[in-house]
Design a protein around this ligand. Structure first.
Ligand SMILES: [Zn+2]
Length: 385
């Protein structure tokens, strides 16, 4: 999709100061498990699957190929958003990993898997391979926010798959998206020195989310520099699957190759023209950024709080929530968190029966985080007056 809009590819001078997170050795450990062979093999497979246009068996086989990987990694929340376009069936693949603290707020990592004219090994086999590898590495890492790995179809005919998903699924359901990172065409040009990646930010109307997009893009650039060998430049987001999200006011960011390959949308978009070590570095950057955006944490030794003897009622609640905790380690800390992640109440439970007044809180869904020395968990509570 990018090629039509080359003239919009304007690099901005970066006066915006980078956010200051420092290297996280736990994240670095996960990033170091990133496999060059996985990326290389995914790109080979992707090329061998053929030209993935609407109605082709290549497109459907690629969907099956993706699903097989997610199943082999152990993911169970695998959905297909299906619709008809120009007489053909379109399938977006959505794989969800549930967060421990904010299960209804999502970090989305997305890229398209359809191609145009050629096999699309760069556009967008590269993004596809990186999303798969990120999902593999994050499977057993706890994240505070939920994560959706999304593979869109029909990007190449006008962002059709992503627009369908945003307009028919995400937006109408009030999906709470922390930030969306789109990866499209990050193969560079084989034979050139590809040592930088473009971090893309929102420069469009509506503008309400632009400042947040710029801040997240600074963070993304910071993660690229911390977890890969690459440098970064910044530019505007355009002509890829983040744009339908942008149009609905969601916060977006993206990665795009710094040397703009001439091969996408031609039969020459093939492995021989892709700089595979460069794709591998971008995979490391994407893993680091994804751990950071989803707030991954080291959970060795952290047990799940056992709800067997812990009762919370009524639910839905109007004014007073009663909590009983028989035979549990006291004190128990509880935090009530709204759907945008704000802690609206913190209390320490020191007796087997505890009352919490929620009368002053607005109606809606909340998460009751519960923590004591034996574990941590969270439960959904509805306040309805
Ligand atoms: Zn693309």
């Amino acid at each position: 999709m990018k090629r039509l809009l080359l003239f919009l590819y304007i690099l901005l001078s970066s006066y915006y100061s980078a956010s200051a997170q420092s290297y996280n050795s736990f994240y670095g450990g996960v990033v170091n498990n990133c496999s060059y062979d996985s990326i290389n093999n995914h790109l080979i497979d992707f090329e061998n699957l053929g030209v993935k246009e609407l109605g082709t068996s290549a497109l459907n086989n690629t969907l099956d190929w993706l699903i097989n990987f997610y199943q082999s990694y152990g993911y169970t929340d695998i959905e297909i958003d299906t619709f008809t376009y120009n007489g053909g069936e379109v399938y977006n693949l959505i794989v969800t990993k549930t967060g421990t603290h904010y299960p209804n707020t999502y970090y989305i990592l997305d890229g398209h898997y359809d191609t145009k004219t050629g096999t699309g090994t760069n556009d967008n086999g590269t993004g596809t391979a990186i999303i798969l590898e990120t999902a593999r590495l994050m499977k057993d890492v706890d994240t505070k926010f939920s994560v959706k790995f999304i593979h869109f179809s029909m990007e190449e005919v006008g962002l059709v798959g992503s627009a369908h998903y945003v307009n028919n699924v995400a937006f109408p359901s009030g999906m709470d998206i922390k930030v969306l990172l789109n990866i499209d065409e990050v193969g560079g040009i084989n034979g050139m020195v590809n040592n930088s990646v473009v971090c893309e930010r929102d420069g469009n109307t509506p503008t309400a989310a632009n400042a947040d997009s710029w801040a997240y893009t600074d963070t993304l650039a910071n993660c690229v520099e911390l977890y890969s060998s690459l440098a970064t430049t910044k530019s505007y987001a355009y002509a890829s699957d983040y744009m339908p999200f942008q149009a609905k006011g969601y916060i977006i960011t993206g990665l795009f190759e710094d040397h703009y390959s001439p091969y996408p949308h031609t039969a020459a978009d093939s492995l021989g023209n892709v700089d595979i070590p460069y794709v591998f570095e971008i995979a490391k950057a994407a893993v680091g950024a994804s751990l950071y955006f989803a707030i991954a944490y080291e959970s060795t030794g952290i047990k799940k709080f056992d709800y067997t003897n812990f009762l919370v009622y009524p639910n839905p609640v109007k004014d007073v929530l009663t909590i009983t905790s028989e035979n549990l380690h006291l004190p128990i800390t509880i935090r009530l968190i709204n759907t945008i992640g704000e802690i609206v109440k913190t209390e320490l439970i020191n007796s087997t029966t505890h009352l919490i007044n929620v009368e002053e809180l607005p109606n809606g869904i909340y998460y009751l985080q519960v923590e004591n020395k034996s574990g941590f968990n969270s439960k959904k509570i509805v306040i309805m007056k």
